[in-house]
Design a protein around this ligand. Structure first.
Ligand code: HEC
Length: 122
């Protein structure tokens, strides 16, 4: 019996690991901030991300606000954020069925970090 071709096996393993990394299936633990940023990109950025200024023109009665806004951050406690995310508000859809509690918690960490990175006086 010939010895197993280790170069070949190694190549396959490498491709597999690379594909895992590329498609984000690697299950190494990520910090909450990073996970929250991912949730934001997937679920919120289409309305609250860059370019939201144009969203009024897309027919929102109340435009999706800038979530980094210090006044908004001060007005909404964590429980308020959770409620809005779970139940929606006005023309914002509810995310209660799409995001579990852990994802909402990660999202909160991310949202609060936006406030801290907002320069004073903006
Ligand atoms: C389809 C567009 C859309 C998506 C997606 C969306 N929002 Fe909104 N969001 C809105 C609109 C529109 C409003 C303004 C609602 C109003 O005040 O009538 C809003 C308002 C808010 C507010 C302010 C609520 C308040 O009391 O002033 C928060 C906080 C918020 N969204 C968070 C999020 C988060 C977090 C996500 C992602 C899970 C998200 N939104 C996804 C459209 C969206």
């Amino acid at each position: 019996m010939p010895p197993p071709d280790t170069t070949r096996t190694g190549g396959w393993l490498f491709a597999l690991v690379a594909a895992w990394g590329l498609f984000g299936c690697a299950r190494e633990p990520k910090p909450p901030l990073e996970r929250g940023a991912g949730v934001f990109q997937r679920s919120c950025a289409s309305c609250h991300g860059v370019g939201r200024e144009q969203k009024v023109a897309l027919g929102f009665k109340v435009a999706p606000p800038d979530l980094a806004e210090p006044a908004l951050q001060a007005r909404l406690g964590d429980a308020d954020f959770r409620r809005v995310i779970r139940e929606g508000k006005g023309q914002m859809p509810p995310f209660g069925k799409m995001l579990d509690d852990a994802e909402v918690s990660d999202l909160l960490v991310y949202l609060r970090s936006l406030a801290r990175s907002t320069p004073p006086g903006r």
